[in-house]
Ligand binder design. Structure first.
Ligand code: ATP
Length: 557
């Protein structure tokens, strides 16, 4: 990996020598306004349909805001506005993300709590600590997104919730804010008599990958600043520290993957009987056959009668939704935007490459001309991800990184750090990065290998176009992928991207066929020649030897 990293990144970068390249990546000022002449072009703030404008890009002044603005221009301050509120508005004006516009929200359930269109309204109504408000502001969260406007009041009214909202629309805050607001004092700092919340862990957030759990933990740290809540990201190391009952009694929140938590429960080193809030992030993944048993074990351990359950995802197929609603009490279900549909901020396209061998030259050509870094590239397996990263480095592409579950924890962490620091321009990964990961600046996603399902497609491409930014998503397809093309083309159509006429005319694949989407056979290695890779060759030879032994045994008997 070290040699790979050196090849990819080089030892040092001579800015003088590569002046032209530096200029391409730096924004320059033309006529006083900021433009970019290079691959990092500035995001245009296109007008969006209001019901899909999750981050209020289509900015409109409402009467109240207009009046406040006019008053401010005339040198008057509105009496109604708190100082914090005014500060927020100024920041909003600066960021260009002000004022909620109407979004399409469908809510189902009995007595659905009404939405709150600002964090101030939420605080006024539900009286949560002012420190939380200050932390929202310092994190740059000025006004709530659709899922936050609707989901936070539901959770604050202690209702169970199944929430579906597109990728990158702020679901994490939608469940963390109400959780913190209801948590009460940190256990470790409770005054005498404050025992109504009992002792031991009071909130659990489950996520399907370590990386996502880590990211949620970081979000918790931001929101809880100034409060002494103890938040634990469950890992092997923390699990052994928590084996001490006196230590784990003082924990307020645990963020974990199901497997780790179940291991601690089974070894008797964790009790969840005081948990009041259980959240499943990426719920459809957590409720699929790989995780369901573990998730059920966690749910069974959360035995407090006041347990509130919430599930969040950008996609929730009917079967997962049935399981989710089945484990809740009088739940509310909300869908923000269109179900299973990416935001129109993501410009999606399909690229025909005929065979697997044609993908590499297509990608190298793309990355050799002016593209907008960073891009995230998805392959179907770990070995193909590593192999593609090596090939790109060999083809002279700069700042290539790779991340998959086969790498060590340290390697994965280092890669993520480089990505967040903007040092990675091309990150190649597998499904492990497809869900939840939030790199705000990702300009594009390339599905080098066809996604394994419609849900996989929606989550993969959702790594771009986050928090109101624009992005592009390119999906390569070969002849082998053709039977599954229509299903993905429908997603493009639904979210406003154009699809060639001939694809729309393709017959609809049967349910059985669609299930095979993720099972297309590809070589272990990425090659330009169309030859099968080394690992495939070894496997083939092994099969030949076994067949030979089997046949010779038959003939001797
Ligand atoms: N109210 C807000 N104002 C501005 N930015 C926000 C707000 N809420 C969240 N964000 C930012 O939006 C980005 C996406 O948030 P988040 O990761 O929670 O999305 P998500 O809906 O959970 O996406 P995914 O489905 O991919 O998991 C984050 O960078 C977050 O900091």
């Amino acid at each position: 990996m070290a040699a790979f990293s050196l090849l990819s990144r080089g030892g040092s970068f001579n800015k003088k020598r590569f002046q032209k390249d530096v200029e391409r990546f730096n924004a320059t000022k033309v006529n006083g306004s900021e433009v970019s002449s290079g691959p990092i072009a500035s995001t245009s703030k296109a007008e969006l349909p209001s019901d899909l404008d999750f981050f209020k890009y289509a900015r409109k002044d409402t009467g109240k805001r207009k009046a406040t603005k006019e008053a401010a221009e005339e040198g008057h301050d509105s009496d109604e506005e708190s100082q914090l509120g005014q500060k927020r508005r100024k920041l909003e004006d600066k960021a260009g993300t002000s004022k909620p516009s109407k979004q399409r929200v469908v809510a189902k359930g009995t007595n659905v709590p009404s939405a709150c269109s600002s964090f101030e309204d939420m605080q006024e109504k539900y009286q949560f600590p002012s420190q939380l408000m200050a932390n929202l502001e310092s994190s740059g969260y000025l006004s709530p997104t659709g899922i936050q406007e609707n989901g936070i009041p539901i959770l604050l009214e202690s209702r169970d919730l199944a929430a579906i909202s597109p990728t990158g629309t702020g679901k994490t805050l939608a469940y963390l804010l109400p959780t913190f607001a209801q948590l009460g004092s940190p256990i470790a700092h409770r005054k005498d008599g404050e025992s109504s919340k009992g002792s031991g862990v009071r909130a659990v957030v489950l996520a399907p990958t370590n990386e996502l759990a880590h990211q949620i933990h970081n979000e918790c740290l931001k929101l809880a600043q100034g409060r002494k809540w103890r938040m634990v990201l469950f890992s092997k190391a923390t699990a052994s520290t928590l084996a001490d009952k006196a230590v784990r009694e003082k924990i307020d929140i645990i963020i974990s993957t199901p497997l780790r938590l179940v291991a601690a429960l089974q070894s008797g080193h964790l009790e969840l009987d005081n948990v009041r809030h259980l959240i499943l992030d990426e719920a459809d993944r957590l409720l699929d056959s790989e995780f369901l048993e573990q998730v059920n074990e966690v749910i069974a351990a959360c035995s407090h009668p006041e347990l509130q359950k919430a599930v969040f995802s950008a996609t929730l197929p009917a079967n997962a939704e049935k399981v989710a609603l089945g484990m809740m009490r009088d739940p509310v279900r909300i869908v923000v935007g269109l179900k299973d549909t990416p935001l129109p901020l993501i410009a999606q396209s399909l690229t025909y490459v005929q065979t697997d061998a044609s993908k590499l030259p297509t990608l190298v050509t793309y990355l050799s001309t002016s593209y907008e870094p960073p891009v995230l590239i998805f392959t179907s397996t770990q070995s193909r991800a590593s192999s593609l990263a090596e090939q790109l480095v060999l083809h002279g592409i700069s700042n290539v990184d790779c991340l998959h579950a086969g790498m060590t924890k340290k390697e994965r962490e280092d890669t993520l750090k480089r990505m967040r620091a903007g040092e990675s321009w091309v990150l190649i990964s597998t499904e492990v990065m497809a869900r939840g990961m939030d790199f705000k600046g990702v300009r594009g996603v390339i599905n080098y290998d066809f996604p394994t399902s419609v849900q996989s497609y929606v989550h993969r491409i959702g790594r771009t176009g986050r928090a109101g930014r624009e992005g592009t998503a390119i999906t390569y397809f070969t002849d082998q992928d053709a039977p599954f093309l229509k299903a993905i083309a429908n997603v493009l159509l639904q979210s406003g991207s154009t699809v060639p006429e001939w694809i729309l005319k393709l017959p609809k694949a049967s349910k059985l066929k669609r299930r095979q989407m993720g099972k297309v056979k590809r070589g272990d290695q990425v090659t330009t020649s169309g030859r099968i890779g080394r690992a495939d060759a070894i496997r083939k030879r092994f099969v030949c030897i076994l067949t030979y032994i089997f046949v010779s045994n038959l003939s001797t008997n």
